[in-house]
Design a protein around this ligand. Structure first.
Ligand SMILES: Nc1nc2c(ncn2[C@@H]2O[C@H](COP(=O)(O)OP(=O)(O)OP(=O)(O)O)[C@@H](O)[C@H]2O)c(=O)[nH]1
Ligand SMILES: [Mg+2]
Length: 801
C-alpha cells in the first residue's frame, strides 16, 4: 500500500559556508539508501548532537498525491534480452509514440530509445536513454483507476557500457529485470543484480521471449532463486506456449488476460481461466503464497491458520516484500509479439516503490566526516538537493541529467554546485524523451529532468545554497583495456575536444599521454567500448584515427611491508635541494568506506618534516604510484606511512620533499616484493550441446577455471574465469570450433597476479622499452612502433575478440 502516513523528516536549513571537507567526501561510498534508515526515519527523530535546530519538513497532501502516482524505473538485463523492444512497447501502449519500430527492424527506423546512429546500425544499446510516460491502471488492491507518471531509463546490456546501468540504478527507485525465457540468468544478469543490490533497488522480473522455442519460465524462476539468491515467484502463468502464447493468468486477481488487436493494443480480461491452465495456475498461486510466507509474516500467519489471503492482502504482501528488497514478483510475456506488456506496467505501478518510499540520505559537509547522514525528504518546499547523474554534449552545450531528491528546480533559478560552491542559473529545464526534449518551467522532488548550461561532472550534487548537503557518487569500475590512438594526418583541436568530451561524459573512459612514448592512450571497459568512441570521433568530430593493438590494463602491487629511509640531496650549483623521509609501505586492501586501495598516512611528530612540506610528500607518493617500476603500470593496494624525516633550513622545499618521496618509493618498491596483476574476466559461452567438449577444451587451453555450467535441451552455457590476456583470438577460435553457432560475453571480475614467467617477460619488455635501455639494448625499432612497448609481448596477428 502506498504510504499515506505523513513522514516527518528533519533537515538542517541553516545556511553554512561550503566546507573544505567537500572534496574529501566526494569519493565516499555510504549506501545511499538503506532499509534501516527508512525505518529509523519513520519512528525516531535524528539526534541533534551538533547543536543545530533542525526544522521539520512535512510531506503536504499535494506532495503525497503526486509521489503516490510517480514511478522512476530502470530496465536492465543481459545483452539482447529485449529491454529496448520492451520499452518501445511501453511507450507505444502509453501513447508516447505513435508506432512501434523494431530494433534491427526491416523499416530501418529503429527503436525510439536507441536513437544514436551507431545503436541503430549495430542493433545494440550503447547509451542509456531516459523517457517518461503516463499510464492509467486499475489497482489490484482498491480497484480504482489511477493515472501514473513513469520515468523510464532503458539501459544497455553489454558490459562494456556498464557505467550506464550503474548511474541509472544510482538514481532510480525501482527496476524491471528482464530475462530471456530460454537463456535465463546470464552473466550480465548477475552483474545487473549486483548493481541493483549496491543501490538497494527493488525489482520486478520480466521473463521475456516467451514465444521462443524452448521457453521455460519455471527454470528461469528457479535460477533467480538459486543464482541470484532472491526469493521469487510467478504472479502470472502463460496461456499457451511458444508461438501459441495467447496471454497470461493473473494469479493475484485471478483473471485471464489476453492481448487483442494487431499490435496487442486491446486488453481483454476474463474471469474464466482456460481449463488447460486452471489446475496449473492454482498450483502456481499456492507456490506464490508459500514463497511470500517465507518473507512476509502476514501471509505466513494466514497460511498457518489455513486461511486463503484475499486479493487485497496478497497484493499488499507482494508490494511490501518487493519494496523491502526481500522478494521479486515474476511477470511473463513476449515484447516482440506484443503479449502481456500492459500487465507488466500495472505491476510497475502496483509493486514498485514511490519516490517517498526510497530512503535517500545526503551528508552535511559542514559536519564531521563521520556525522550521521541526513535523510532527504521529497517535499516540494524543502531545500533543493539534486544529483547530476549523466552528462551529454548536445547541440546547445552540456546537457546534465538530474534526479531531484528534495525541493524544486525552476527555470531561471540559481542553483549551487555543492563541490565548488559555484552559483549557476538554470537557463533551460527539460524532460527527456530519448533524444527529444520537452521544455518545462519547474520540476518537483522525486523527478528526473535535464538542464542546459551547467558545468559539472557526473555524480555532482546541486543545492539551492541554503544547505551544504552532498550525495555520494556512483561506483565506477576500473578500465581493463587500453590502446594507443593517433589522428590520421595533422592533429586538429577536434581530436582533444572529442577526447575531453568523452572523458567527461563517461567516467570509465580514460585518456592519458604516455610520458615515455608520448602516445595518447585511451582506456575503457572492453574493445567494443573503445571502438565506439573511435567511430564517434570520426562521425561526430570528423577526426579519423589509427589505433594500436588493444593492451590489457595490467597493474602492480606490493606483497609485503618494507621500510624506507631516504635522503634527497642536491647541493651542487644553484639553489640546493634537501629532504629526508623515513617510514614504510605495506599492502592495503580496498577500503569500501573511502573507495580507495591506496593511502598516505602522516604520523611525523615534532615537526621533523615541517607541516607545509607534508602535502608535497603526499603528492610525491601519488606521483610514484602512477608508474610501477616493474612494468610501468599503475600501482594499487599500497599504503605509505610517513614516520619521520629531516628538513634543511635553507635547502628544503616542496620540490625537494616531493622528489624525496618519489625516490624513497622507487627505492623501497623492490624490497616490498612487487607483483604484476592482470584482469581476470568472467567468460560466459553459450553454444549448441554438441560443441560442449570443444568449448570446454578451448577454455582449458586458455588456463580458464570453469565456475559454472548448465546443459539444456539443445544448448549449454559454461562460465569460466580466464585472464583477459589469454582471451586474445577467442572470438575467431569459438567461431571455428562451433561452426559459428557459439556466442560469448565476458566481464571484468578481478585483478590477480600473473604467473612468474609472464611477470618476467613483461618486466623484461618494459625494461627494454625504457629510453635508457633502448639506447643500450633494444634492437627493435620502438621509436616507429606505434603501440605501447609491452605490445611486443603478444603475437601481433592476434585480435582480442
Ligand atoms: N523472440 C523474441 N525476440 C525478442 C523479444 N524481444 C526482443 N526480441 C529480439 O531480441 C533482439 C534484441 O532486442 P533488444 O530490444 O535490442 O534487446 P536489448 O536488451 O535492448 O539489447 P541491448 O540493449 O543491446 O543489451 C532483437 O532482435 C529483438 O527483436 C521477444 O519477446 N521474443
Ligand atoms: Mg537495448
Amino acid at each position: 500500500m502506498v504510504t499515506t502516513a505523513r513522514l516527518v523528516f528533519q533537515a538542517c536549513l541553516r545556511a553554512r559556508p561550503q566546507s573544505r571537507l567537500l572534496t574529501r567526501l566526494s569519493g565516499l561510498s555510504w549506501s545511499n539508501r538503506t532499509a534501516a534508515t527508512a525505518a529509523a526515519l519513520k519512528t525516531e527523530e535524528p539526534e541533534d548532537s551538533f547543536g543545530f535546530e533542525p526544522p521539520t519538513y512535512l510531506l503536504t497532501d499535494k506532495d503525497e498525491q503526486r509521489l503516490r502516482f510517480q514511478r522512476n524505473i530502470g530496465v536492465s538485463a543481459h545483452i539482447d534480452s529485449g529491454k529496448t523492444t520492451l520499452t518501445e512497447r511501453i511507450l507505444y501502449y502509453t501513447g508516447r509514440i505513435r508506432d512501434i519500430h523494431e530494433v534491427r527492424g526491416r523499416d530501418n527506423v529503429g527503436a525510439k530509445m536507441d536513437s544514436m546512429d551507431l545503436e541503430r546500425e549495430k542493433g545494440i544499446t550503447i547509451q542509456s536513454a531516459a523517457t517518461f510516460c503516463d499510464w492509467q491502471t486499475t489497482s489490484p488492491v482498491t480497484g480504482e483507476k489511477n493515472n501514473y507518471a513513469i520515468n523510464i531509463i532503458d539501459t544497455p546490456g553489454h558490459v562494456d557500457f556498464t557505467i550506464e546501468v550503474e548511474r541509472a540504478l544510482r538514481v532510480l527507485d525501482g527496476a524491471i529485470l528482464v530475462l530471456c525465457a530460454v537463456a535465463g540468468v546470464q552473466s550480465q544478469t548477475t552483474t545487473v543484480d549486483r548493481q541493483m543490490r549496491r543501490y538497494n533497488v527493488p525489482r520486478i522480473s520480466f521473463i521475456n521471449k516467451m514465444d521462443r522455442p524452448g521457453a521455460n519460465p519455471w527454470r528461469v524462476i528457479d535460477q533467480i532463486r538459486t543464482k541470484l539468491r532472491i526469493p521469487a515467484a510467478a504472479v502470472q502463468v502463460p496461456i499457451g506456449v511458444e508461438d501459441q502464447l495467447k496471454g497470461v493468468v493473473d494469479l493475484v486477481r485471478w483473471k485471464a488476460i489476453y492481448n487483442e488487436g494487431e499490435k496487442g493494443n486491446t486488453i481483454v480480461e476474463s474471469d474464466e481461466i482456460p481449463a488447460t491452465v486452471v489446475d496449473f495456475a492454482k498450483e502456481k498461486r499456492r507456490e506464490l503464497l508459500e514463497q511470500l510466507a517465507e518473507v512476509d509474516d502476514e501471509i505466513g500467519e494466514l497460511l498457518i491458520m489455513d486461511e486463503e489471503p484475499n486479493t487485497v492482502q496478497l497484493a499488499a504482501a507482494i508490494r511490501r516484500a518487493t519494496v523491502g528488497l526481500k522478494f521479486t514478483p515474476v511477470f511473463l510475456g513476449s515484447a516482440v509479439k506484443n503479449t502481456a506488456v500492459q500487465p507488466l506496467l500495472n505491476g510497475v505501478c502496483a509493486y514498485l516503490p514511490t519516490p517517498a518510499e526510497s530512503p535517500v540520505v545526503a551528508h552535511d559537509t559542514a559536519l564531521a566526516v563521520d556525522a550521521p547522514p541526513v535523510p532527504l525528504v521529497p517535499a516540494a518546499v524543502a531545500p533543493l538537493v539534486a544529483l547530476a547523474f549523466k552528462l551529454e554534449e548536445g547541440r546547445y552545450g552540456q546537457l546534465t541529467y538530474m534526479r531531484v531528491y528534495q525541493g524544486t528546480i525552476r527555470k531561471g533559478q540559481f542553483i549551487f554546485h555543492a563541490r565548488t560552491g559555484k552559483k549557476v542559473k538554470v537557463p533551460r529545464l527539460v524532460r527527456m524523451h530519448s533524444n527529444e526534449m520537452e521544455d518545462i518551467e519547474e520540476i518537483g522532488p522525486g523527478e528526473i529532468c535535464a538542464i542546459f548550461g551547467v558545468d559539472c561532472a557526473s555524480g555532482d550534487t546541486f543545492t539551492d545554497g541554503s544547505t551544504s548537503y552532498s550525495m555520494t557518487s556512483m561506483f565506477v569500475p576500473e578500465p581493463v583495456i587500453s590502446l594507443a590512438i593517433k589522428p590520421v594526418g595533422q592533429e586538429t583541436p577536434n581530436f582533444s575536444r572529442a577526447l575531453n568530451r568523452f572523458k567527461k561524459e563517461d567516467p570509465t573512459f580514460r585518456v592519458h599521454v604516455d610520458k615515455e612514448s608520448k602516445e595518447t592512450i585511451i582506456s575503457g571497459m572492453g574493445e567494443l567500448h573503445l571502438e565506439i568512441y573511435v567511430e564517434r570521433m570520426k562521425r561526430e568530430y570528423n577526426v579519423d584515427c589509427t589505433t594500436g593493438k588493444p593492451q590489457v590494463a595490467f597493474r602492480e602491487t606490493i606483497t609485503q611491508r618494507a621500510d624506507f629511509h631516504y635522503t634527497h640531496k642536491k647541493q651542487s650549483g644553484g639553489a640546493g635541494q634537501y629532504g629526508r623521509v623515513i617510514g614504510y609501505v605495506e599492502p592495503m586492501e580496498f577500503d569500501s568506506k573511502t573507495g580507495q586501495d591506496v593511502a598516505f598516512e602522516n604520523v611525523v611528530m615534532g615537526g621533523n618534516i615541517p607541516t607545509q612540506y607534508i602535502p608535497a610528500c603526499e603528492k610525491g607518493f601519488y606521483e610514484a604510484l602512477e608508474k610501477g617500476s616493474l612494468s610501468g603500470n599503475e600501482v594499487c593496494g599500497c599504503r605509505l606511512v610517513l614516520q619521520d624525516g629531516l628538513a634543511h633550513s635553507v635547502d628544503s622545499s616542496e620540490l625537494a620533499f616531493r622528489q624525496a618521496m618519489i625516490g624513497a618509493f622507487r627505492d623501497v618498491y623492490s624490497k616490498a616484493k612487487p607483483v604484476i596483476l592482470e584482469p581476470i574476466m568472467s567468460v560466459e559461452v553459450i553454444a549448441p550441446s554438441e560443441f560442449q567438449s570443444a568449448v570446454i577444451g578451448s577454455l582449458n587451453s586458455r588456463r580458464g577455471t570453469i565456475t559454472d555450467s548448465e546443459v539444456r535441451e539443445d544448448e549449454f552455457t559454461v562460465t569460466a574465469d580466464v585472464a583477459l590476456n589469454d582471451m586474445f583470438g577467442f572470438s575467431n577460435h569459438l567461431r571455428g570450433v562451433t561452426q559459428g553457432k557459439g556466442e560469448f560475453s565476458m566481464e571484468y571480475k578481478t585483478h590477480q597476479p600473473v604467473l612468474p614467467n609472464t611477470q618476467q617477460e613483461i618486466a623484461e619488455a618494459y625494461r627494454k622499452s625504457l629510453p635508457q635501455a633502448k639506447k643500450e639494448l633494444c634492437t627493435d625499432d620502438h621509436q616507429s612502433c606505434f603501440t605501447p612497448p609491452s605490445s611486443c609481448l603478444r603475437d601481433p596477428t592476434h585480435s582480442p575478440y
